[in-house]
Design a protein around this ligand. Structure first.
Ligand SMILES: Nc1ncnc2c1ncn2[C@@H]1O[C@H](COP(=O)(O)OP(=O)(O)OP(=O)(O)O)[C@@H](O)[C@H]1O
Ligand SMILES: [Mg+2]
Length: 463
């Protein structure tokens, strides 16, 4: 698990997300608390429940973005689910538990990857041996070995004894090994026997949907029922090395030890990000179709958040200590529209700030892969150098705020449409203008955007 301090977590988030310090701080503490709890003695650890968080804030201010970036930092099983997906047609109560199954799947993958890294060296050595066997099949020793015994009149001179540790096949092997390591043989072809993993279409049809609900993997089950087929493939040495290493890794990893480790990891450091939670708020008083199931979904999510045991194909998983971070715009519904039990399970609330022109300017400039950087790099592939005048960026940011104020406030998402409109022509013509430097200045921004922004109807549909 990540041992980053709260400050380090905030700094890492700062590289991608502008502002929203309060939210960053709260998730950083929550993440650190997972680590702290792990350091405690078992008895105390049991008592400490995670403090779930709700992030509240208008559309496009970075809620989902915080989750996305946090997941990269967490080094813990992490899933992001849209709560609204549980209200879709065909929804059945049990389905909410699928988020825990997904989380377990992530946990298994995580632990497996860690183990793979551990056995990588060993696997590479094994693969090398097998490769040598392929290149130089072991010679069946011809006849009984002549061994030099000093007292034996039958044995000859020193000759055979020397042969014993310097027998020609060992020597060839050594030479081959050197060449192999130097990559000299990479292009040569060898035949390897590989397991035939071609999934028959029947299995895929079954596996595609619904079955996951039962917590069994039909594909695996059927795979086991059918005889393991293998076939011989002709591949280059370089490819063979990959295949053999992969096989050796699979053999070296003990799935029986992966599963309990992964489940432990999920139970104690797993994080579920419940996005769009406001979409399931509402207690069904309205009586309208979809609303009826909203409260139902909350009731189904509740036991998972409160702590229960979910059956997965890897075994039962307890959810008591899994951290839940929820987020929602809460434009129409309010947090108080959630059923009280669920509200109670999210003791930490944090409001994200509305973004203004200054923030938009920073969002364009500061993040590591900001929109501006993205456009510059994209056009670079065409040989076009794109430059942005500082004042032009401010102008874009101001237009962004204006359109958000005048039509709908969609936060930083607006920047995407604005930038696309601004650079449309350049983007279209770029292949015909290699070697050119194009400078985006205030005049260009005004020219391209002003008319669209001023025309209320246009701005509503285009920007
Ligand atoms: N504070 C921010 N810093 C940097 N980029 C941001 C920020 N806020 C939003 N963005 C950008 O805007 C886009 C939309 O943000 P995000 O998906 O986080 O919105 P949200 O808060 O989840 O909105 P919604 O309630 O509609 O789901 C992202 O792609 C991100 O690049
Ligand atoms: Mg979102």
């Amino acid at each position: 698990m990540s041992a980053l301090t709260p400050l380090e977590i905030v700094e890492a988030l700062d590289r991608h997300i502008v502002g929203q310090q309060e939210a960053k701080k709260k998730v950083a503490i929550a993440l650190r608390n997972r680590w702290r709890r792990q350091q405690l003695p078992e008895a105390l650890r049991e008592e400490i429940a995670p403090k779930n968080i709700i992030m509240i804030g208008p559309t496009g201010v970075g809620k989902t973005e915080v989750a996305r970036r946090l997941s990269k930092l967490a080094e813990a099983p992490f899933v992001k689910v849209e709560a609204s997906k549980f209200t879709e047609v065909g929804y059945v109560g049990r389905d909410c538990e699928s988020m825990i199954r997904e989380l377990t799947e992530v946990g298994i993958k995580l632990v497996k990857e860690e183990m793979q890294r551990e056995v990588q060296g060993e696997a590479a050595a094994q693969a090398e041996e097998k490769l040598l066997d392929l290149l130089l099949p072991p010679q069946p020793s011809s006849g009984p070995e002549k061994i030099f015994r000093p007292g034996d009149p039958q044995s000859g001179d020193e000759g055979p004894a020397k042969n014993l540790d310097q027998d020609p096949s060992t020597r060839t092997r050594e030479i081959l090994l050197k060449k192999l390591r130097a990559g000299d043989l990479d292009k040569r072809e060898v035949e390897v026997r590989v397991k035939d993993t071609g999934n028959s279409s029947v299995m895929q049809v079954f596996g595609a949907n619904g079955m996951e609900e039962m917590g069994v993997n039909l594909q695996e089950m059927m795979g086991r029922m059918m005889p393991q087929k293998s076939k011989v493939r002709k591949v280059t040495v370089a490819e063979a090395r990959g295949i053999l290493e992969q096989e050796a890794v699979q053999e070296l990893i003990d799935m029986d030890s992966v599963t309990p480790l992964a489940i432990d990891r999920v139970e104690n450091s797993g994080i579920v990000f419940l996005d769009e939670i406001d979409k399931i708020a509402g207690r069904g008083q309205q009586g309208q179709g979809p609303d009826v199931s909203r409260e139902g979904v909350q009731r189904d999510i509740l036991p998972i958040v409160e702590g229960s045991t979910v059956n997965t194909k890897y075994g039962p998983v307890r959810t008591d200590h899994i951290l839940f971070i929820a987020a929602g715009a809460f434009h129409i519904a309010k947090v108080s529209d959630l059923i009280p039990e669920l509200q109670g399970r999210f003791p930490i609330r944090v409001e994200l700030d509305n973004l203004g022109a200054t923030d938009f300017g920073r969002i364009l400039r500061e993040p590591e892969c900001s929109l501006i950087t993205q456009y510059i790099s994209m056009l670079e592939t065409e040989g076009v150098t794109l430059e942005f005048e500082d004042a032009a960026i401010d102008a874009i940011a101001e237009f962004c705020q204006r359109v958000n104020d005048e039509s709908e406030n969609i936060g930083a998402r607006r920047l995407h449409t604005l930038m696309e409109n601004l650079l449309e022509e350049i983007s279209f013509e770029a292949p015909n203008r290699p070697g050119e430097t194009i400078r985006v200045d205030v005049a260009m921004v005004n020219e391209r955007l002003a008319s669209k922004v001023e025309d209320q109807d246009l701005s509503k549909y285009i920007l």
